[in-house]
Design a protein around this ligand. Structure first.
Ligand code: ADP
Ligand code: MG
Length: 725
């Protein structure tokens, strides 16, 4: 076959800009039409059934059998009226993707005719054969059954012609096998704990909801070019490729005009997303060439995560129609920016307040500061867990590289709030009076005015306060945010529980409420301020400074994951029933295995490409040069020119030798690692030894790419993948 690269390039260059199929009418005309949400439920359920479901959603009450039957029946009628033929329990196994097994609605009657059927029992619970999903040893194949259970807080939706019902996935013995089950528990905890603390300030607050707005970064590559890169297909990232002459150095891509072909893709997937009730609002070019971002308006965390997973799925499907491939990998291309999923997070009350938004009323600012400082304290005390929650093979390339937040967990709060905390900490005796003087004396009466000027942004911080929310920027672009959100909400819930205990104890001793709160917050500032950092998180000085402050910089994934099973984490998650010790051990094992497999695949792809693509091409070109050299000598041309040729041939053979040695050594390292029975030990070997060869191998291949005739180079080059549209 002729060089696949040139075939692919030809296909990619002859693409037309497709006609956008999304209608131009108002979004409100079609928003959420494929969702069995509140509106559809109100229209399709009896008042009584609707009330019961609503209570289950808002208060977590149980749904009885009759209600489930009624909901199932209404759901089925609604779905079939929209041409759905199948239904599925949609869940989030620990593979990281979402899973679904479609069942048809119809059932055959004894007389041979068919009817459409969907019972309450099928809505509420299913038993997919779970033996092929990772369980970290919890579920051996003898008890392969796991079951999925309906999560009524996330509405059912129609995808293609399938009714999808969001569910949790649990083993037969009750352990969580998915991301959603522990997340829901952590969200329950933070609700309970935050509501209790809110009671100090506002008796009307009876419910607190954690909110999430995930900004999703991604790359687009023409599908034909993607198909000509085995590394992209198998590892999701390019393991080789010399940096193009023009990368992102001109800084001309960020917020630049969106290419027409890309815009058509965006309009199409946004249309589908909007019909599925996802509030997608923002789209723009990102920093790197061919990198883009989309962001929804924030929603309740559980729903936002379901939507984000569905969005990624949807984008991949729509991209096929547009002959693109979406890359969600954290670092698909070396030398240019990687992709993250910025998790904007806050806490909202049933009274419509954002607990992390400063207020114009000084009194409310004590409530703001209470939550603000408790976040800082929680993240300070559990920084390692925050780091572990974002650890993955893909994100390992990003964290600590010179464009993404470092592997050191720190918090950026902006100079104004830094000053507020400083003042608060250093103020002497607090005098509580009837007026608002106390707040003025403390310097917390003017926060909002200052914060309105929200230019104070720090893009190098892994966890930044951005005016009315925190932005956890270190989450990987391909990640299920549930990991990060389970940890953040769990540590926040735990922190608020502790805070409440301390305040209550002080009040018991006769201290005035406000004084008790302020004193405890001041102490928290003292204890946690080492994690606050306003400077450049990418700088080497910060690494040194962080070490002086005792903050950890954990670069490797296997090491970062350790904390999931240490005593403090086991205690924390166990205390609130979020994850048991057994579940944590299982998850730890699964994450390590996942890491091992990813590195193993990358290493194999590298070896194959070197041996089957790169070396044969280099040898061929080397032969061309040596024949040329011989011919020159024959006609009597010798001197500088032939010496240059000899040097080039030597360079090429030097790289080939190094490659052959390195690939062989890497294969040996893999064998050694594979023979290690202990999973953590194996992961460490993959991290330190196998991965240790990657840079050297890549260096040689990228050098050869520059030396070998372009006509022969088999792998699509960076400049082609990143700049051809
Ligand atoms: P940026 O400048 O970081 O892009 P945006 O204002 O575009 O900031 O917001 C980014 C994301 O933050 C959006 O998804 C937005 O809905 C979300 N967001 C805003 N307020 C909150 C909140 N209270 N809780 C959670 N997310 C929020
Ligand atoms: Mg942002």
């Amino acid at each position: 076959m002729a060089n696949l690269r040139f075939k692919a390039l030809e296909t990619a260059m002859n693409r037309n800009v497709p006609v956008v199929t999304a209608p131009s009418n108002k979004v409100s005309d079609y928003y959420g039409t494929n969702v069995f949400g509140m509106e559809a439920m109100r229209a399709n359920l009896s008042t009584d059934v609707f009330k019961k479901v609503n209570r289950a959603i808002t208060e977590g009450s149980k749904i009885d059998e009759d209600t489930a039957d009624a909901v199932a029946s209404a759901m089925k009628s609604w779905a079939t009226s929209k041409n759905a033929t199948h239904y599925t329990h949609w869940f989030q196994p620990l593979t990281g993707a979402t899973a679904e097994k479609h069942d048809a609605f119809f059932d055959v009657l004894p007389n041979g005719s068919a009817i459409e059927k969907f019972k309450g029992s099928a809505l509420v619970q299913q038993e997919p054969d779970a033996s092929s999903f990772p369980s970290g040893g919890i579920r051996n194949t003898f008890e392969a059954r796991g079951y999925t259970a309906w999560d009524p807080t996330s509405p059912a939706f129609i995808f293609g012609n399938t009714l999808c019902i969001p569910t949790v996935f649990v083993s037969y013995t009750g352990e969580a096998l998915d991301y959603k089950a522990p997340l829901l528990k952590a969200l329950g905890l933070v609700d309970k704990a935050a509501t209790a603390v809110c009671q100090y300030f506002d008796k009307d607050i009876t419910r607190v909801t954690a909110t999430l707005g995930p900004e999703q970064e991604y790359f687009l590559v023409d599908r034909a070019l993607y198909m000509a890169r085995p590394d992209l297909i198998m590892a999701g990232r390019t393991v080789f490729g010399h940096a193009p002459a023009k990368g992102q150095q001109l800084e001309d891509h960020y917020f630049g005009s969106i290419p027409s072909r890309v815009l058509a893709f965006m309009q199409d997937f946004e249309y589908e997303a909007l019909k599925l009730g996802m509030p997608i609002r923002t789209r723009h070019n990102e920093v790197a060439p061919s990198q883009f971002e989309c962001a929804p308006t924030f929603e309740e965390v559980n729903l936002a995560i379901d939507h984000n997973l569905l969005l990624m799925d949807l984008m991949e499907k729509i991209a096929e129609k547009h002959d693109f491939k979406v890359l969600f990998h954290e670092k698909p291309f070396a030398g240019i920016n990687g992709s993250g999923k910025h998790n904007n997070w806050s806490l909202g009350t049933n009274t419509g307040r954002n607990l992390l938004a400063p207020s114009s009323r000084p009194k409310e600012n004590l409530m703001f500061l209470t939550f603000f400082i408790n976040v800082i304290k929680a993240v300070h005390d559990y920084a390692d867990l925050m780091r572990a929650s974002i650890a993955s093979a893909g994100n390992e390339h990003r964290l600590g590289a010179n464009e993404a937040p470092p592997a050191i967990v720190s918090i950026f709060i902006g100079s104004q709030l830094a000053k507020v905390l400083e003042d608060l900490e250093s103020k002497g005796e607090i005098k509580v009076d009837k007026g608002e003087n106390m707040y003025r004396n403390l310097g917390i009466d003017k926060i909002p005015n200052i914060l309105l000027d929200n230019t104070d942004r720090n893009r190098t911080s892994p966890f930044a306060f951005t005016g009315n929310k925190f932005e956890f920027r270190a989450v990987g672009s391909s990640a299920n945010s549930a990991n990060a959100m389970t940890v953040l909400n769990a540590i926040m819930g735990n922190q608020l529980m502790d805070f409440k205990k301390e305040v209550d104890a002080a009040i018991e001793k006769g201290e005035k409420k406000e004084v008790a709160i302020i004193n405890i917050l001041r102490r928290y500032v003292t204890e946690a301020k080492s994690i606050i950092f306003e400077g450049n998180g990418y700088s080497d000085e910060w690494k040194e400074e962080a070490a002086r402050r005792g903050l950890k910089n954990i670069a490797s994934t296997p090491e970062a994951l350790d904390v999931y099973v240490d005593e403090r984490s086991v205690k924390l998650f166990g205390k609130y029933g979020i994850l048991s010790h057994r579940e944590l051990e299982a998850r730890h094992e699964i994450m390590l295995e996942n890491y091992i497999k990813k590195i193993q695949i990358e290493s194999r792809v590298m070896g194959d490409l070197v041996l089957n693509h790169v070396i044969p091409t280099a040898v061929k070109y080397q032969n061309v040069l040596t024949s040329n050299l011989k011919a020159m000598k024959e006609v009597g041309i010798e001197g500088k020119h032939t010496q240059n040729l000899v040097d080039t041939v030597k360079k090429i053979s030097g790289y080939i030798d190094t490659l052959l040695d390195s690939v062989e050594n890497m294969t040996e390292a893999r064998k050694k690692a594979n023979n290690t029975s202990d999973t953590r030990g194996k992961a460490v070997l993959y991290n330190q030894e196998v991965k240790g060869y990657f840079d050297k191998i890549r260096y040689c291949v990228d050098k050869l790419e520059l030396l070998v005739d372009d006509e022969d180079w088999p792998l699509v080059k960076y400049r082609e993948m990143l700049l051809v549209r």
